[in-house]
Design a protein around this ligand. Structure first.
Ligand code: KIV
Ligand code: ZN
Length: 398
């Protein structure tokens, strides 16, 4: 089975979004966990951005031994020199050079012609390749670049020594069929390009970053660039956990694998939240607090009978401590019985019915019932029943 390489850019594209900046020690901590997670490449930063970032990349490059460490540089000599300096201690360095190629960016942002852009790409990629064993080239705003020019750029970068060619959807503008088609087109143009890897890098402005990344994999991308919890510029980057879990759950359909240890996903997501102080939205796929929580009575009943009824991923497979049957106004009797059993109580049907009525009434007012509230309600019901029917009994399980 072919392998898709996971390029994690949490420490670079993720880190450069508001509220997510990390200092050197924080980057080192997260990088160690990313290594544990099994990512293939860690993009540690953009060394020309600040002396602190250069030092951060250097520290990660020093610590990390099992995966490649990448540093980003524009196609400019000062950037490339800074990135090379930061990568000096790396066991497996990767120099990542980028230049925008869409006419919009060339004209308004860079004030460069297409031929000047091509010249800068070829010159910086060959300079970098002479000094670093592995060079990746990214055509920024590739999805809005005229396709023939993009193909010419990719061929030129490959000839100059880039072995990884990244086709970013920088602005999150693309849709899956179109993005996949772009990969097919570039692949066709590169011909029998042994030793070249095409890479996807998607932003989530239309909520399509993961779908676009998966479309690229179907079209031959063998590297995907993504971030933990989907953090990144504006609406974020494609979320690592969603991509790797989709590739695993639907492996029969995609026919590829990754090196990711799925059971490290939750710990990595939590560590990022802890470091940045930014909580994961509760409804976030795979790692959100509600990803394995069930409140509706019909769902809770199904889960109790067989978790496959409503879960396509076992929570423990991604390192989530366990599923939750949330007690709320939509909950069913079976979930209440199961929760009480967990807490050590086995009730008669009549007691359960009474307790259920009280719990639902309370849930209407408070939305979610904590164990403390549940036990208070239970004892109130039991006291009332004992007063009314002295023989009424509940059995403590443990
Ligand atoms: O979104 C983008 O185009 C980038 C490149 C620098 C790879 O982050
Ligand atoms: Zn990006």
């Amino acid at each position: 089975m072919e392998r898709v390489h996971i390029f994690d850019t949490t420490l670079r594209d993720g880190e450069q979004s508001p509220g997510f900046s990390m200092n050197r020690q924080e980057k080192r901590r997260l990088a160690r966990q990313l290594e544990e997670l099994g990512v293939d490449i860690i993009e540690a930063g953009f060394p020309i951005a600040s002396p602190g970032d250069l030092e951060g990349v250097r520290a990660v490059a020093r610590d990390v031994r099992r995966c490649r460490v990448a540093a980003l540089a524009r196609a400019k000599l000062v950037d490339v020199e800074a990135a090379l300096r930061a990568l000096e201690p790396a066991a497996q360095p990767r120099l990542h050079i980028f230049l925008a190629t869409s006419d919009l960016h060339l004209h308004y942002k860079l004030r460069m012609s297409r031929s000047e852009a091509l010249e800068a790409i070829v010159s910086m990629v060959s300079y970098g390749r002479a000094r670093c064993p592995e060079v990746e080239f990214s055509a920024e705003d590739a999805s809005r670049t005229e396709a023939d020019f993009l193909c010419a750029v990719m061929s030129a970068a490959a000839e100059a020594g880039a072995s990884i060619l990244n086709i970013p959807d920088t602005t999150g503008y693309s849709v899956p069929e179109e993005y996949g088609e772009l990969f097919r087109r570039v692949r066709q143009r590169l011909g029998n390009a042994d030793g070249l890897t095409l890479s996807a890098h998607c932003h989530d402005d239309l909520g399509l970053a993961v779908a676009n990344s998966l479309a690229a994999v179907r079209a031959g991308a063998r590297q995907v660039e993504c971030t933990i919890n989907g953090i990144g510029e504006r609406a974020g980057n494609a979320s690592l956990e969603e991509i790797v879990v989709a590739l695993a759950v639907r492996q029969a359909s995609f026919g590829v694998n990754t090196n990711i240890r799925l059971n490290q996903i939750y710990a990595t997501s939590r560590l990022l939240s802890e470091i940045t102080g930014v909580a994961v939205p509760p409804n976030k796929a795979v790692v959100g607090a509600n990803a394995f929580a069930h409140e509706a009575g019909i769902h809770q009943d199904g889960i109790i009978k067989n978790p496959l009824t409503y879960e396509i991923i076992p929570p423990e497979a991604v390192g989530v401590p366990g599923r939750q049957l949330v007690l709320g106004k939509h909950s069913g009797r079976n979930a209440l019985r199961a929760r009480l059993k967990e807490l050590g109580y086995e009730l008669s049907d009549v007691e359960l019915a009474e307790c259920y009525r009280e719990v639902i009434a309370l849930a209407d007012a408070t939305k979610k019932i904590t164990n403390h509230q549940l036990l208070t309600t239970l004892h109130k019901v039991l006291r009332r029943r004992r007063a009314a029917v002295p023989a009424a009994q509940s059995v403590a399980v443990s």
